[in-house]
Design a protein around this ligand. Structure first.
Ligand code: ADP
Ligand code: MG
Length: 354
């Protein structure tokens, strides 16, 4: 996309590595008390006080995790931060700092990095996290970005994947499957565009699912909502790979099985109608699509009354004994369908029969 030498674009070599880092990071003030030393020294200093430090990192590689043919760079920066914050939120912790490392080929001008950093900055502002460091290097091909997020949390608040007990309720935030259907729209329109660059993409009416794919949000708000309801989850995970795969992770680490009720899986109408257009089963988009970045957790059944009518949460099933396995109870028939962690390709072969 930047191949044509546009004389108005600035090659990275013009600023040099140190000039570039300074240029990209100068509008990132530190706002959290725990951020003692940020960008500019040999390393950052974070002061957790008497709390625990929660750490996570994610690498995004061009062509593997994103396609710059249809992902705007600003969204890429934003999403790269959000996926990390989602992991911190899934520990029931509060994100406070990030580090951003970038390997970039000379096909990218300074302006491209400015776009990425404007997305990173928007996410830092929205979630009140500080950019405290990173690394910048050249790459022979493409763009690779690695983000590390830091969270600081009281020990007693941290929730792991391993605490679910039989009879606990299985709860999910928001709705599922939208990000995957958004990706289907983007890929369809990109294919049309490659075949005929004069064609205008047809994106109208798909705003919600496009946003779910391009500009997801991390559910850092859930921690506060659960606190207000006086609920501490017994186990928790974020939905990055699809509901089925995350249920199996909770099952594995908590040593329980699960029953998931198909009719309870929350899905937006647009997800359902778009899946119909593509001749896909929307339930499969929820189970195996991934990238929804909602939270999936278990709570004691004693907490049922506290959560039952809450608009942010849907009870979708419950934990059972490990020996009873992981099954979805099919809509209408009550038939049990084994939950498997289907990958991307397996999913594509799983189209609905008419
Ligand atoms: P060193 O050579 O010691 O690794 P660098 O020159 O790479 O130091 O980094 C200088 C400072 O800039 C450090 O504080 C580092 O964390 C920060 N930094 C480097 N690259 C980035 C980046 N892409 N985003 C944010 N901070 C960065
Ligand atoms: Mg360095």
């Amino acid at each position: 996309m930047f191949e044509d030498k546009n004389p108005e674009l600035t090659p990275i070599s013009k600023l040099g590595e140190f000039g570039l880092i300074k240029h990209l990071t100068e509008f990132f003030p530190l706002s959290n008390e725990s951020s003692e030393v940020g960008v500019g020294d040999d390393a950052a200093v974070v002061n957790p006080g008497n709390r625990k430090v929660v750490l996570t990192t994610d690498v995004l590689a061009e062509g593997v995790h994103f396609n710059l043919g249809y992902v705007p760079l600003k969204h890429l920066g934003y999403k790269a931060v959000v996926v990390n914050l989602s992991d911190i939120a899934a520990m029931n912790a509060t994100p406070t700092q990030i580090l951003v490392s970038i390997a970039v080929s000379n096909r990218f001008p300074v302006e491209a990095l400015e776009e990425i950093y404007s997305g990173i900055q928007a996410a830092c502002g929205r979630y009140k996290v500080d950019l405290i460091g990173g690394d910048t290097t050249s790459s022979n091909s493409g763009l690779v970005m690695s983000i590390t997020a830091v969270g600081i949390e009281k020990e007693e608040n941290i929730v792991r994947r391993n605490g679910a007990k039989p009879n606990d309720l299985l709860v999910v935030t928001g709705d599922l499957g939208g990000a995957y259907m958004g990706l289907q729209i983007l890929e369809r329109e990109h294919t049309v565009f490659l075949a005929n660059p004069n064609m205008q993409p047809e994106m109208e009416g798909f705003d919600y699912i496009l946003e779910r794919q391009l500009k997801p949000e991390a559910r850092t708000d859930v921690k506060g909502i659960l606190e207000q309801l006086d609920i501490k989850p017994t186990s928790m995970i974020d939905i990055s790979d699809g509901l089925a795969s995350e249920i199996l992770h909770l099952s594995d680490q908590s040593n329980v099985g699960f029953r998931l009720y198909e009719e309870k899986i929350p899905m937006d109408n647009l997800t359902i109608t778009t899946a119909d257009d593509f001749n896909l089963n929307p339930v499969m988009a929820a189970l195996s699509g991934g990238e929804d970045y909602e939270l999936l957790f278990t709570i004691s059944s004693n907490d049922f009354d506290k959560i039952k009518n809450h608009p942010d949460f849907t009870i979708i099933g419950h934990a059972v004994e490990k020996e009873d396995g992981n099954f979805m109870v099919a809509r209408g028939s009550n038939q049990l369908v084994a939950l498997t962690a289907q990958g991307w390709d397996a999913f594509l072969g799983n189209q609905k029969e008419d």
